[in-house]
Design a protein around this ligand. Structure first.
Ligand code: UDP
Length: 327
């Protein structure tokens, strides 16, 4: 297939690009490099444009043919979304609308959309399946849910197919150690733990220890970024059989607290990791664990990284390379 990958220079996007290339697909990356990295993509054409620049976007895509689009380009930090909601609605909702508009103009009718567990809000069941109530508690989750709803309507009204993949906590790095998770500032737990381990400083903060969870810290379901990439390609096979709109939750189905993750990382790096307790972050639900049985049965999704240690180990390999390269 020939795939257009908006956001292909970002963390999950760049692993998608690599995975698609490894599976014989041609990739064109579209990115504004606001948070993505040029070192994260290679061997492909790159269109440097922001999705909000509708004119430039339409000029760049005019008359171009793709078998499908995998759309990652978005703002994705919960805390930032609480502080800057307009930025989130503009980038994530209007940006996606501009992209879909150009897809419709150019008869490109198959999309895999990068969605999130944040669309569900506070869980009302132990594990979150696709039909769980959707009550996002922060603008990030709300913006992604708005896009899902918009795509559902667009699929009904047009010859258009969209598969939304709701990631739980993406983590880990490519097995080559060449690409991994590098945000600035870094807000995610596993990279922050590994950075603290490498620097030997106690700059790791644990956000909240009075959640109603067994050890008081938030519980999340960590899923390897290459396993997420696998599900996107399966989404295209699925849409050949089942037209229109669909959605799948992607996680390993096991919940780990912040303290569990720190302990697992200590085993991987072979030393203790210092941290300090900090107040809760705005917009963080206490527990998010996926029920991904639908992805397993309908997409044929078979995640390879089933345990937390293997996910942290892959991230750790990359972090060591990344920090060494800086010196
Ligand atoms: N977290 C933490 N310290 C950090 C980063 C995250 O304690 O430096 C906590 C955060 O409050 C949440 C969990 O770790 O409970 C996972 O956060 P992350 O930002 O990695 O992913 P999110 O669940 O927000 O998508």
């Amino acid at each position: 297939m020939k795939l257009l990958i908006p956001g292909g220079a970002g963390y999950i996007g760049s692993h998608m690009v690599r995975y698609a290339q490894e599976h014989g697909h041609e990739v064109v990356v579209l990115d504004d490099f606001s948070t993505g990295h040029d070192w994260a993509v290679r061997d492909c054409e790159i269109l440097n444009v922001n999705l909000l620049d509708h004119y430039k976007l339409s000029q760049l895509l005019k008359g171009r043919q793709f078998d499908g689009v995998i759309h990652f380009a978005a703002k994705s930090l919960v805390g930032e979304s609480v502080k800057k909601p307009a930025m989130y609605y503009r980038n994530n909702v209007i940006g996606t609308l501009n992209l879909v508009n150009e897809m419709l103009n150019n008869d490109i009718n198959t999309l895999v959309f990068s969605s999130t567990a944040a669309i569900f809000g506070h869980p009302v069941t132990d594990k979150i399946a696709e039909d769980h109530p959707k009550n996002p508690i922060n603008p990030y989750g709300q913006s992604k849910l708005m896009v899902e709803n918009m795509l559902q309507d667009i699929c009904l009204a047009n010859d258009f197919n969209a598969t939304c993949l709701r990631y739980f906590n993406a983590a880990g790095a490519h097995e080559s150690g060449e690409i991994g998770e590098a945000h600035d500032p870094e807000t995610h737990l596993i990279p922050n733990i590994l950075k603290a381990a490498l620097s030997n400083e106690s700059n790791l903060k644990v956000f909240g220890v009075d959640y109603s969870t067994p050890d008081g810290t938030c519980v999340r379901d960590y899923v390897h970024v290459s396993d997420l990439a696998q599900a996107h390609l399966l989404g295209f096979e699925y849409m050949q059989k089942y037209r229109g709109f669909s959605a799948f939750n992607l996680g390993n189905g096991d919940g780990f607290s912040v303290f569990d993750v720190i302990k697992a990382a200590e085993k991987v790096v072979g030393k203790s990791i210092k941290y300090e307790i900090s107040p809760k972050r705005d917009g963080d639900p206490s527990v998010l664990v996926a029920d991904s049985l639908r992805a397993v049965s309908m997409l044929g999704w078979v995640p390879s990284f089933k345990n937390l240690a293997s996910i942290i180990k892959s991230a750790s390999n990359w972090h060591k390379n990344f920090e060494d390269a800086k010196v």
